[in-house]
Write a protein that binds this ligand. Structure first.
Ligand code: SF4
Length: 402
């Protein structure tokens, strides 16, 4: 039995589906409940009367739902085909069935239905979704739940509304962030986004890529990152068709530091740890930003005590450029909700207890209840846990990086 995501009592649930879809007109029908082409259903007419199972019909994207006008009584459901993600004709068909023809029974979306469409499908009046093959129905239901849609039957002419204020606030944050990103791109055509490939930064990448903004995305490969983190570069390429530029440290500087202090000097003192971070992160960052007028980060205020006053927009005085933190007021839940809704690829380490991910030797998984940044440089005090990327570098360090 295949499975559906179904909206019931304002909740999204995964349910079994006992209907068999028969796409070919005139084909022999199996026993039990069937869904057949709408035109076939009309053509068969009385001949279907002797069947014991229920009958639903499906409409293709080019079909006029008016063919069902005055014939909807007695149907078990109407299924509307979405042949591909970008084909929006099914939304109009659904809305017409609900609003013009008064269909109050099950309205099902079938075909290439993705979970980030569910929100919009519900608004058009759909209440059941047969996801595309291979899609995770439970994940889709969870994503939908997260947005707490107050599903209303669109046949009453009212616009479905968001169920609670938290969901509305989350939606408003997304809209505001999109506007901010568009404003940054317009004001700073040379803006660059320093991505750590974390969940936050993949969400920001998604927002940039979906809007087609000309913001360059780069990452700092310190040479000590987890393979899972580096794997996100390929994930972004596959998902968004963008190439995340990789900045690397100067090999001679890394070698000199290791020769002088050892490969694990960062455990020995804050100074040596910051020296390693400078060589592997800060200097490549300075190089990536040289000559630009603005840069972006995926930092959030509630990530760490050191970020509690993080502004959305600030001036990086040492670098003489604007700095934007578009997700400054997003919570971790906001990030995960967005990622679930838009199927943003995430570093698998997040699911293994790493809410914050840095270099492999300097990051560990956290235990339940621990601070999200507890796994970063865990041997240091919480108020020292920054790598220097977001501190104002000295003029001298900028000169050496240029
Ligand atoms: S996080 Fe650790 S390994 Fe990475 S650059 Fe900083 S000190 Fe070096």
């Amino acid at each position: 039995m295949s499975r559906l995501v179904r909206l019931a009592d304002r909740r999204a649930v995964v349910a079994g589906d006992g209907f068999t879809l028969v796409r070919e007109s005139g084909a022999p029908l199996p026993d039990g409940d069937v869904i057949i082409p709408a035109a076939d259903w009309i053509a068969r007419g009385e001949a279907l009367g002797g069947r014991s199972g229920r009958t639903g019909v499906w409409l293709g994207p080019a079909e006029d739902p008016a063919i069902l006008k005055d014939r909807l009584a007695g149907l078990a459901l109407v299924a509307v085909e979405f042949p591909k993600f970008t084909d929006g004709r099914g939304y109009s068909i659904g809305a017409l069935l609900r609003r013009r023809y008064g269909w109050t029974g099950e309205l099902r979306a079938i075909g290439e239905v993705l979970r980030d469409q569910l929100f919009y499908l519900a608004r058009a009046g759909f209440d059941a979704f047969a996801l595309a093959p291979g899609r995770d129905a439970e994940a889709a239901a969870r994503a939908f739940e997260d947005f707490s849609i107050a599903y209303q039957d669109a046949s009453d002419g009212r616009t479905p509304a968001l169920a609670d204020r938290a969901a509305a606030a989350r939606e408003a944050k997304i809209v505001r962030t999109r506007k901010l990103l568009a404003r940054i791109a317009a004001a700073h055509p040379d803006a660059a986004f320093a991505s750590s490939l974390s969940a936050e930064d993949m969400v920001l990448t998604d927002l940039i890529a979906r809007a087609g903004l000309p913001i360059r995305v780069f990452t700092l490969d310190t040479g000590r990152l987890h393979a899972e983190t580096l794997g996100m570069i390929g994930e972004a390429r596959a998902r968004y068709g963008i190439e995340i530029e990789v900045m690397r440290p100067v090999a001679a500087e890394v070698e000199a530091h290791v020769a002088a202090h050892g490969a694990h000097a960062f455990y020995e003192s804050l100074e040596l740890r910051k020296a390693c971070c400078f060589i592997r992160k800060v200097e490549p960052l300075n190089r990536a930003l040289a000559g630009r007028s603005a840069w972006l980060t995926g930092q959030r205020r509630d990530q760490a005590v050191t970020r509690g006053a993080l502004p959305e927009e600030e001036t990086d005085t040492a670098r003489g450029m604007a700095k934007f933190n578009p997700l400054a007021d997003w919570s971790w839940e906001d990030v995960l909700a967005y990622a679930a809704r838009f199927e943003v690829p995430l570093n698998p380490l997040h699911a293994r207890g790493y809410p914050s991910i840095g270099c492999e030797p300097c990051t560990r998984a956290i235990r339940p209840g621990e601070d999200p940044r507890a796994g970063r440089w865990w041997w240091e005090q919480a108020d020292k846990k920054e790598c220097g990327l977001h501190e104002q570098p000295s003029a001298q360090s900028l000169e050496s990086a240029a």
